[in-house]
Design a binder for this molecule. Structure first.
Ligand code: GLC
Ligand code: GLC
Length: 810
């Protein structure tokens, strides 16, 4: 069942009923000010860091779901309703929500009044703009009262939700004209405030939540709205809010425009005050002025759209498959940008207070968008590298606001360092900016202890070889990519975190997955070293990579597939010998991507086992059989009920690795089948089963052992986005950035006739047309660049101009 449709021309998903199977959200902002907004206007805003600078409040897992947001109410002669359906939930004669790239629009109509809202964060501005067009569609005069409402968060979202003994007494606001300023804690150490304004005179306002809503009411029935009059309440402690009341007279057919701004301002210490106790409002007023008129809004909106058009133009596909086009051209790159901005911090499943930026997550996220905004990728790489220690290990997470490693979770995830190599090589291949390798980057953010970025990559590589176990395979440490495979943890205390509990010493737990990664990423490291003339280092690395390959074939293969790991005691995990968890997805993907066992036929056998034991109609499960009891020696993986999350869920992030692996052995049909199974645009028709947004990937879809097989959770913030973009754009469609130029090496379904990719690369534009007259999966037979035949399948770097590339497979 569908709940809307794709409007590809406008790059929007159009939701036609407010009652989607789960709130379907969008993100506003992609610089410093961010908002999450659902199809019924729920959600919240924050500046940079969803935990430390939360601007508006949101109650996760609330009843009903998705309660709290930027709400508007209409009181039309006693009939109270909202054009976004929530919070009032009165029937609408028309409802529509369009989620676009960095903006959302809402239309709601009832009883001759139509409200059309546009919500976005203008580029370079720390504010959300909410433009409302209120129109009288009836043939009588209308006299309505419109109310706005947002609830401020007292900055630190965690503290805000827990520290009531203090917080109920600290709230402060200022009111000036139609602007309400939230200034809690500004009088002491904070130098920032938030504001909510409207570009029209207000009849009245409220800034105290209980005065506006009434202590025993919900958001759906605030006292002030029902009574048709705000109370001019001034918050003093408790819960500061901003609510405006605007009275509107409308003749038949008449429309009025109101522009609301929810903004954030930081003042330098010396400019904090206008006068004693009165905040300096000048920066806020400048923002309000800019959006005083609709022209200001239109201009900024145009700029936002143009920016997205330009970002998305770096890679575009024209194929016969409409769903594939919309994934590749619109929604997948869009999600990549959001995961780049948010890492795993703030979604409708990530509360914004749990996790900062993940070391491995952020490195992988940047793989997906590096071609769109290389400058920001550069900065990100340097930020991430600065949270590494001298021995190559690194903080597992860091806070986006401080950019410092997070001590609560610490380090010891032995796959982490390798991801830095992959992120950096992807960046250099895209940009040719080898100079980044010479940047001085601190260890553990200590400016007194720095090394070149290349040194950081070297210690990353060495960290693996300095931590090998008895089979010559990498020691796993706390966990590898699978945070829930905790082989040294042995936790028996309920509620204890598997990620932070002190590990038991003396074990020999090894990861075949890290071994596969080491070979794949080690090869990247070797190529880089050769590229910059470090022959000796390349040779040294080659010896280690070869040794690892051998170790995997000798000790990491189980007969029909790659083993997953050895546990603390040296027993096999992911082996036919095990009763549960006989086979795992991750090593099958990464070992084969590293080329291990391809010549020997082991790769093909392993992929056959994946298809036989792990595949389902909705994607490939992580392991099988699922764990039916708690294994203290395996940790969190065995805590989840069968079929959910890392215990045999379809953990989408690793599905693309199998698609990539399939291309390594040349099976384009199967690679695309794997890709398609979890690609949201192909799942639109089963939105009732899938539940999460049909325009973005979710982290997990319940596996075949689960009660709710096919149901997705944790949409938006997942490494799935970046990996699927790489898989489809580079491994399947086969346009791979390389040091020497763009490499063309498609691996596609045999029945495809062809397609065209337009790719911007190092200053030039390439229009690459692939024809497949002989219906093969792989193999470039001939390649013409600007009409001239070239040797091999790498387009040389032209650095400017537009170039036609004609590729024939066969
Ligand atoms: C989550 C984490 C990611 C991890 C994955 C598997 O998505 O963010 O770092 O690799 O789970 O456990
Ligand atoms: C939980 C999740 C896993 C995530 C980890 C780290 O274990 O199941 O997906 O990676 O937390 O926060």
């Amino acid at each position: 069942m569908r709940f809307g449709y794709f409007d590809d021309a406008n790059r929007e998903y159009v939701i036609t009923t407010p009652q989607t199977p789960y709130p379907w959200i969008n993100y506003l902002g992609s610089e410093e000010f961010f908002g999450l907004i659902s199809n019924t206007s729920g959600g919240y805003a924050f500046y940079k860091d969803a935990r430390l600078r939360r601007i508006t409040r949101f109650r996760y897992n609330s009843v009903p779901i998705d309660n709290g947001g930027r709400y508007f109410y209409i009181n039309d002669g006693g009939d109270v309703w909202s054009h976004t359906w929530k919070p009032v939930k009165k029937d609408l004669t028309f409802y529509e929500c369009r989620h676009g790239l960095g903006y959302s629009t809402f239309i709601g109509e009832r009883n001759g009044v139509r409200v059309e809202q546009l919500a976005f964060v203008p580029k370079g501005v720390n504010a959300e703009v909410h433009r409302l067009k209120v129109k009288n569609t009836s043939n009588t005069n209308k006299s309505i009262k419109l109310f706005s409402f947002i609830e401020f968060c007292l900055w630190d979202a965690q503290d805000d939700a827990t520290n009531f003994q203090r917080n109920f007494s600290t709230g402060e606001v200022e009111i000036q004209g139609s602007a309400i300023y939230h200034k809690t804690e500004y009088k002491e150490r904070r130098n920032h405030y938030a504001f909510y304004s409207v570009n029209a005179p207000v009849a009245a306002y409220d800034t105290d939540r209980d005065a506006f809503i009434g202590l025993y009411n919900g958001f759906e029935a605030p006292d002030s709205v029902r009574e048709g009059a705000c109370k001019n309440s001034v918050a003093s402690g408790w819960s500061p809010i901003a609510a405006h009341q605007v009275n509107i007279e409308l003749a038949p057919g008449e429309e009025k425009i109101l522009i609301f701004i929810l903004g954030y301002v930081e003042n330098p210490d010396e400019e904090k005050w206008e006068s004693k106790g009165v905040i300096n409002k000048a920066p806020a007023q400048a923002i309000m002025e800019r959006f005083e008129t609709n022209e200001g809004v239109e201009e900024a909106f145009k700029e936002l759209k143009a920016n997205w058009s330009s970002l998305l133009s770096h890679y575009t596909l024209q194929s016969d498959d409409e769903k594939l086009n919309r994934m590749v051209n619109i929604w997948n790159p869009y999600q990549c940008m959001v995961t780049f901005n948010m890492s795993r911090s703030a979604s409708y499943f990530e509360s914004g207070i749990g996790r900062g930026m993940g070391f491995r997550d952020s490195n992988q996220d940047l793989l997906g968008f590096v071609h769109q905004i290389p400058e920001r990728a550069r900065e990100r790489i340097l930020d991430i590298a600065a949270t590494q220690f001298e021995d190559g290990s690194c903080y597992h997470q860091y806070q986006p606001l401080t950019k410092k490693g997070n001590n609560d979770i610490g380090s010891g995830f032995n796959d982490d360092p390798l991801w830095l190599i992959l992120g950096t090589t992807a960046y250099i291949k895209e940009t040719g900016d080898f100079g980044i390798l010479e940047e001085k980057v601190p260890f553990d953010n200590d400016e007194k202890n720095t090394a070149s970025l290349f040194e950081h990559l070297k210690v990353s590589f060495n960290h693996v070889i300095n931590h090998l176990g008895p089979h010559g395979l990498p020691l796993i440490g706390r966990a590898d990519w699978n945070d829930c495979l905790n082989l040294n943890c042995f936790s028996t205390t309920p509620g204890e975190s598997f990620q932070t509990t002190e590990n038991q010493a003396g074990g020999v737990a090894e990861s075949v997955f890290i071994a596969g990664m080491f070979v794949y990423i080690g090869n990247e490291y070797i190529t880089l070293c050769k590229e910059i003339g470090y022959e000796e280092e390349a040779n040294r690395a080659q010896v280690e990579v070869d040794k690892m390959k051998k170790a995997v074939i000798e000790h990491g293969y189980d007969g029909e597939w790659f083993l997953r790991a050895y546990d603390f005691y040296g027993n096999k995990i992911g082996s036919n010998e095990n009763e549960e968890g006989k086979i795992f997805i991750e090593p099958q993907g990464f070992c084969i991507m590293g080329g291990i066992g391809v010549e020997e036929g082991l790769a093909e056998k392993a992929l056959h086992s994946v298809a036989e034991r792990l595949d389902t109609a909705y994607g490939i499960v992580l392991n099988n059989p699922a764990f039916t009891k708690y294994y203290v020696e395996m940790g969190e993986i065995s805590t989840y009920p069968q079929g959910y999350k890392e215990n045999a869920g379809i953990f989408c992030h690793n599905n693309p690795w199998i698609a990539c692996a399939e291309t390594v052995i040349g099976r384009g049909d199967r690679a695309f089948e794997v890709y398609k199974k979890i690609a949201p645009a192909y799942l639109e028709d089963i939105s009732d089963i899938h539940k999460t947004e049909p325009y973005v990937y979710s982290q997990m879809i319940a596996g075949k052992d689960a009660v709710r097989h096919g149901e997705a959770k944790n949409s938006w913030l997942t490494g799935t986005a970046a990996w699927n973009f790489i898989t489809i754009s580079q491994w399947i469609l086969g346009i791979k950035p390389d040091y020497k130029g763009l490499k063309v090496d498609p691996c596609i379904p045999a029945d495809w006739k062809g397609y065209t990719v337009t790719r911007e690369f190092k200053g030039a534009l390439y229009e690459i047309t692939i024809s497949n007259p002989h219906h093969v999966c792989r193999g470039v037979k001939e390649m013409l660049v600007d009409g001239k035949k070239i040797e091999g399948n790498t387009i040389p770097n032209f650095t400017e101009g537009t170039h036609k590339v004609e590729v024939t497979l066969g």
